[in-house]
Design a protein around this ligand. Structure first.
Ligand code: URP
Ligand code: ZN
Ligand code: ZN
Length: 467
């Protein structure tokens, strides 16, 4: 663990940007200011660079069985890509086995990550097979360091789907256990019916993935989940918000005084439904759920980020190879594994298309990628801040660094990038994890196994905010 002084940079927090040096001692931030202790430590010249708290991505899927196959990234390749994009913490989804327990999912996921992860990580659990013993298990999750559960309102016809009565009951139990419920909000019944009708008419191509999941299926389910959370009197997370209609539901709920934390993802800010029409089955590379939308939604999502109606940008990194995985859905779009990579691209895409384009401020960039993530997901005050006492997870960001995304310069393992050819300006130059250099100038130097499990607690985050 190296002690360092980062000198000459501009610190960007969720509230303000200011000229300051940062002293790192023993893996933590020791001081931030214009007069930090000199000591006899390594000095890093950060002139012209921005110093930001390490980014937190609370929406990834590493080494996950899904759609009849398994994601292409394990914790080694997935966290290499994460740290290359400035991300120093993942909160990944541990999937309950069919017939299994939530505790079993945590144990399985910790075994996958241990010895492989290059950055610190926490876990959510995803309810994939609701039964009475699963409900009884929810209050035990905080003792395992897990304070969030995901419930799928989509994927009707598979055990992942949870009907409203189950969702409401989970919310009631979670409220009393200080656990936050996060929903995948799509109307599973409507999507299943539309899929059946499309296939009967011979509509099998990737574009039908999106056409059978219209915006209204997401907006309706988002509103329904919000009202169920109101009935249960509990906080709600809505992941991967794709469209203005769903963002409107969240804004209206927040205006009424409900606590709803909405997340969107970079693909919904820059890609469109037209990507699913690419020839030669290439559209399958863009199949994710909820699906990409028409471009009119981009402005609405950017606006929601800038006003604070949406407070998080996660990647929903869920990478599959085109060869042998996406291809499972040739001739039947419902068999295309859902998901795309994005953990490495999340911050650079948001910088160029958000900050440089004048849609969000640098402070909002830090908020939605780091500080709000720590706040919402129970990681304050250890993560998400550049402040004395916090872990020295620091991104040295070069706001002028040109970056053309291509598969060859990606650090993850799948065989394509949906961002191929995208030209960006602004990327990490160096990344530190607990004071250790983890990434520099294109090279990941963090070793597999150097990351640690992070127990999370919503109570701890709330106490840190109140302090
Ligand atoms: O298409 C997606 N989003 N795949 C990952 C699973 C999920 O629902 O987040
Ligand atoms: Zn989902
Ligand atoms: Zn996801």
């Amino acid at each position: 663990m190296s002690d360092l002084n980062l000198r000459g940079g501009t610190v960007v927090t969720a509230e303000a940007s200011f000229r300051a040096d940062v002293a790192v001692r023993g893996g933590r931030v020791a001081a931030v200011g214009t007069t930090i202790p000199d000591d006899d430590v390594e000095t890093v010249d950060c002139t012209g660079r921005l110093l930001m708290p390490g980014f937190i991505d609370a929406h990834t899927h590493m080494d996950m069985p899904f759609g009849g196959t398994i994601t292409a990234d394990d914790w080694d390749s997935g966290t290499a890509a994460a740290v290359a994009g400035g991300t120093t913490v993942l909160v990944d989804f541990a999937l309950q086995d069919i017939g299994g327990t939530l505790g079993g999912a945590i144990t399985t996921w910790q075994a996958k990550a241990t010895g492989r992860t290059r950055i610190d990580y926490g876990l959510h659990v995803a309810v994939c097979d609701l039964n009475d013993s699963v409900k009884q298990e929810i209050p035990s999750l905080p003792a395992r360091g897990v304070c969030t559960v995901k419930v799928f309102m989509a994927y009707k016809g598979t055990p992942l789907f949870t009907p409203d009565e189950g969702l409401l009951e989970i919310m009631q139990i979670a409220r009393d256990a200080n656990v936050m419920v996060m929903v995948h909000a799509e109307n599973g019944d409507a999507v299943a019916k539309l899929q059946e009708q499309a296939l009967l008419r011979g509509n099998v191509d990737p574009i039908w993935h999106a056409r059978t999941r219209p915006e209204a299926t997401e907006a309706e389910a988002t509103g329904r989940a919000i009202r169920l959370a109101e009935i249960a009197d509990t906080v709600l997370g809505v992941v991967h918000v794709t469209c203005g209609g769903a963002a409107d539901e969240i804004r209206r709920a927040r205006d009424r005084g409900q606590i709803v934390h909405g997340e969107t993802c970079p693909q919904y800010l820059v890609m469109t439904i037209e990507d699913l029409e690419k020839p030669e089955f290439e559209g399958a590379k863009y199949v994710c759920s909820p699906p990409l939308r028409d471009a009119s939604n981009h402005d609405e999502l950017w606006r929601a980020l800038s006003t604070g109606d949406l407070v998080l940008v996660g990647s929903d990194h869920c990478a599959f190879d085109f060869a042998g995985q996406k291809e499972l859905g040739r001739g039947d779009f419902t068999k295309i594994p859902n998901g795309m990579p994005g953990v490495e691209e999340r911050a650079p895409v948001l910088w160029t298309h958000g900050v440089r384009a004048g849609r969000i401020s640098p402070e909002t960039f830090v908020a939605v990628l780091s500080t709000n993530q720590a706040r919402v997901h129970g990681l304050l005050p250890r993560k998400g801040l550049i402040a004395a006492g916090a872990d020295a997870d620091i991104v040295v960001w070069d706001p002028e660094l040109p970056l053309t995304i291509t598969h060859a310069n990606r650090h993850n393992a799948n065989d394509y990038t949906p961002y191929e050819g995208l030209e960006l300006v602004g990327a990490p130059e160096r990344v530190y994890v607990r004071g250790n250099l983890a990434y520099i100038d294109g090279d990941v130097v963090a070793e597999p196994g150097s990351g640690e499990f992070l127990p999370r607690s919503l109570g701890a985050s709330a106490a840190a905010e109140a302090a």
